[in-house]
Design a protein around this ligand. Structure first.
Ligand code: ADP
Ligand code: GLC
Length: 489
């Protein structure tokens, strides 16, 4: 099959979260299964800087809505996968992140930016840009690609479309004036666009809703989250629509990059190790403590964090629970960046609990690997989690995830039974209520196992033996694509 994978971030060129990892690993896994995959994303300034010496070839140029857009073509680093970059300096050549000047403020013209991106994706999909390659499937990801299924809905002959929801909370909402400025057709496939049955969502335009309505299929990134978003609690107002599309909606879990996240061959950590040399993991703990200017102590239970700091990730709960957690013999080493309020609160916590909590604000690939390898446990108190990757990295490194039992976290972590020496095949600690007391209780259970070296080793080894590779998920995606092509006939 020929698959065009449309996304707004791509590891290692531009990344704010797990979407970038998926955009790299799923196409790679699909191509290993023999499929022809091409990736398309905007040519942000930081991405072009990252490319440096790699010369991109201009494959096509056009003018849409007064903007000059060019299609650049490169090969994804160390692979044969072609990557299209949509270049339009007026829209994408800016300092700051892909979505805004910083993580909290979106660019004011985001509707225009991503609508034009979607239009260019549609041209590639219809073989009108880089000619002589028409995909069978266009796989769209998150709201930034949300207009592609709509624009392709009535094209002929058209590829089938799959839309993957990585996070339902970010929907691409814009006011009616901005909708009008996009000059979309009034009717598509017999549906009036400015209508609650199409793109209108409580008086605003929703890119996410457009995608759900007009895609041939929709999925999200774990079976658990696929169930949860059908409820009012997790559905962000779209639960009714998702319920209504029935079997057109499913869940397929993400995998992880086993090559990049391999404790036996990780160039970014202090000491490599594996299930039969777990005693060497402690050197990473000492290196981690040193990197955080923390006293070196091999015995102390170290809780690590590697995360975006946003309300989704539940760190308000951790902050609330700190007075109780600080009565336990544990230290916290946190790497994260995001909301200024949360960043400030953790900086203050580090001042309040000197030599117990250390905080590094920022995005740092090397430190992330060191935390995952060096911490004893990884804290992931997410309010909701479509899939989550770090809990899988942690398990691979014999680092115990402590997480709320939601979405992909509940699907990929096997909880230890409370205060029992029979931990069977458990791989982590889950708590089932979003409350600071539930988090504290989970940490007490963690501490109980930590105090028994043999049990702790069993828990570590069980996680390290889990298979989170992309292969099986890629096969599920291929199956889903195939079903869309069969349904077309
Ligand atoms: P989300 O996409 O919601 O942020 P995921 O767990 O799916 O959550 O993916 C997060 C990705 O971003 C992981 O690869 C994780 O290692 C990485 N990451 C998050 N915060 C940082 C950080 N401050 N520094 C380095 N990597 C980070
Ligand atoms: C989103 C979700 C995260 C998921 C990632 C990749 O950022 O928050 O749970 O793992 O997308 O699908």
């Amino acid at each position: 099959m020929k698959i065009l994978f449309a996304c707004s971030e791509l590891y290692p060129l531009i990344k704010t979260g797990g979407l970038a990892d998926v955009a790299y690993n799923l196409p790679l896994a699909l191509s290993r299964l023999g499929h022809q995959v091409r990736i398309v994303l905007p040519a942000y300034r930081s991405l072009l800087n990252e490319l440096g010496h790699l010369r991109a070839v201009v494959a096509f140029s056009t003018r849409i809505d007064g903007y000059r857009l060019s299609l650049l073509k490169i090969n994804l680093e160390n692979t044969a996968i072609p990557v299209y970059l949509i270049d339009c300096p007026e829209l994408f050549d800016r300092s700051g992140g892909p979505y805004g000047e910083d993580r909290e403020h979106g660019w004011p013209d985001n509707a225009k930016r991503f609508a034009l991106f979607c239009r260019m994706v549609t041209l590639i999909a219809m073989d009108q840009a880089d000619q002589s390659w028409q995909p069978d499937i266009v796989h769209c990801n998150d709201w930034h690609t949300g207009l592609v299924p709509l624009l392709l809905a009535t094209a002929k002959p058209r590829p089938r479309t799959l839309f993957t929801i990585h996070n339902l909370a970010y929907q691409g909402l814009f006011d009616e004036e901005e909708f009008k400025a996009l000059k979309l057709p009034e009717m598509v496939d017999g549906k009036r666009l400015w209508d609650y049955r199409a793109v209108e969502f409580y008086g605003q335009m929703s890119f996410m809703k457009a995608a759900i309505v007009f895609s041939d299929a929709v999925n999200t990134v774990s079976a658990g989250y696929a169930r949860e978003v059908l409820t009012e609690q997790f559905g962000c107002g779209l639960e009714g629509l998702l319920q209504s599309i029935g079997p057109r909606f499913s869940g397929i879990a993400n995998g992880i990059d086993n090559r990049l996240w391999d404790p036996g061959n990780d160039q970014l950590i202090d000491t490599v190790y594996g299930t039969s040399s777990l005693h060497r993991k402690v050197f990473n703990k000492l290196a981690l403590q040193e990197a955080f200017f923390h006293a070196r102590n091999s015995e102390r239970l170290v809780l690590g964090v590697v995360s975006r700091l946003t309300p989704q990730k539940g760190f308000d709960l951790l902050l609330e629970a700190l007075p109780l957690i600080m009565q336990m013999p544990v230290d916290i080493l946190l790497l994260g960046s995001g909301d200024q309020k949360l960043e400030k609160a953790f900086k203050q916590a580090a001042l309040k609990y000197p030599s117990r909590i250390e905080v590094k604000l920022g995005y740092d690939e090397k430190i992330a690997h060191l935390v995952i390898a060096g911490a004893d446990a990884l804290l992931i108190p997410s309010r909701y989690e479509p899939c989550g990757l770090t809990q899988m990295y942690a398990q691979r490194y014999g680092t115990i995830p402590v997480a709320q039992g939601v979405g992909g976290l509940a699907d990929t972590i096997i909880d230890i039974p409370p205060f029992s020496e029979d931990i069977a095949d458990a791989t982590g600690v889950l708590f089932w209520q979003y409350s600071s007391s539930a988090l504290v209780e989970a940490l007490q259970r963690l501490e109980f196992v930590y105090s028994n070296r043999l049990l702790w080793r069993d828990l570590q080894r069980a996680g390290m033996c889990e298979d989170f590779s992309w292969e099986s998920s890629a096969k599920e995606y291929a199956q889903l694509y195939k079903s869309l092509l069969v349904a077309q006939r």
